[in-house]
Design a protein around this ligand. Structure first.
Ligand SMILES: CCCCC/C=C\C/C=C\C/C=C\C/C=C\CCCC(=O)SCCNC(=O)CCNC(=O)[C@H](O)C(C)(C)COP(=O)(O)OP(=O)(O)OC[C@H]1O[C@@H](n2cnc3c(N)ncnc32)[C@H](O)[C@@H]1OP(=O)(O)O
Length: 219
């Protein structure tokens, strides 16, 4: 189990004439194959590149060289662009953070109606300052895994109405951390979600959020 619980039913069939379920595709096309067996390595190389860029002080000549290399990579990817529903990034549930390069890489350890437990490691490029994680990246991890807890609870996609993160102590980089999210209370479409982020026994941050289960066809 990596980017999402693999034992859950992610494919929600379309009903009536609507191709949508809650504004999202009725059939969330999760996959373990799209992008091929080495797609995860590609994402990992991109993350490593971002780590290096964050800390490198390149010469102007090296900057020129890397720009030209990157232009070549971008031109290659230009030939294979698809929509969000068919891109492996975000739908490869066998990869950390579903292969989504924009998310802090997390691995789901357990997930279901009761909530989600994941390990997450903020990368060097998630630096806020003075060697620790940027608060916005901590909030991103809570948003995605809070959204996952809500989705698993209602068996449908939810949107964040509010997300409050309390930063209780510094969040280290390059350290496996434990992130937990769960639905504390449900009132019809409203899901009140709590969460915690721990470094060992130490509480780094906690979450208080409201997610709203979307109506059919709602964006
Ligand atoms: C995305 C994954 C795709 C790939 C899937 C692959 C695998 C699947 C695996 C896992 C899925 C995992 C993760 C999911 C990932 C990500 C989660 C991230 C989610 C986001 O990052 S999403 C972006 C940020 N988010 C927005 O962009 C929302 C903008 N906004 C709106 O879209 C509307 O605002 C909306 C829909 C929120 C509500 O609108 P609405 O019209 O449906 O409902 P309405 O306004 O009537 O509110 C109903 C009741 O909630 C109360 N209420 C509403 N807002 C409140 C607030 N702020 N405070 C207190 N109460 C509030 C009302 O007071 C009323 O309460 P009452 O019923 O008691 O009167």
């Amino acid at each position: 189990m990596k980017g999402a619980p693999t034992d859950q039913k992610w494919h929600v069939p379309a009903t009536e004439d609507s191709p949508h379920e809650g504004g999202f595709r009725a059939e969330i096309d999760v996959t373990v194959e799209r992008g091929g067996p080495r797609y995860g390595e590609l994402i990992e190389q991109v993350r490593t590149f971002m780590d290096k860029v964050r800390y490198a002080n390149p010469t102007p000549e090296l900057v020129d060289e890397i720009i030209s290399d990157l232009q070549e990579f971008n031109a290659k990817l230009d030939t294979v662009l698809v929509d969000e529903w068919t891109s492996p990034s975000g739908t490869r549930i066998d990869l950390p953070a579903r292969g989504n390069i924009t998310l802090p890489p997390y691995e789901v350890v357990d997930g279901g109606e009761h909530g989600v437990t994941a390990t997450v490691e903020f990368r060097p490029f998630h630096l806020g300052g003075n060697g620790v994680a940027h608060g916005g990246h901590v909030a991103t991890a809570f948003d995605d895994l809070g959204g996952m807890a809500a989705a698993l609870n209602v068996h449908g996609i939810c949107r964040t109405a509010y997300l409050t993160v309390n930063y209780r102590s510094l969040t280290p980089l390059s350290t496996p951390l434990m992130l937990r999210t769960w639905v504390e209370r449900r009132d019809d479409r409203k899901l009140f979600v709590k969460g915690t982020l721990h470094d060992g026994e130490r509480l780094c941050a906690d979450l208080d959020a409201l997610f709203i289960a979307l109506r059919r066809g709602q964006a």
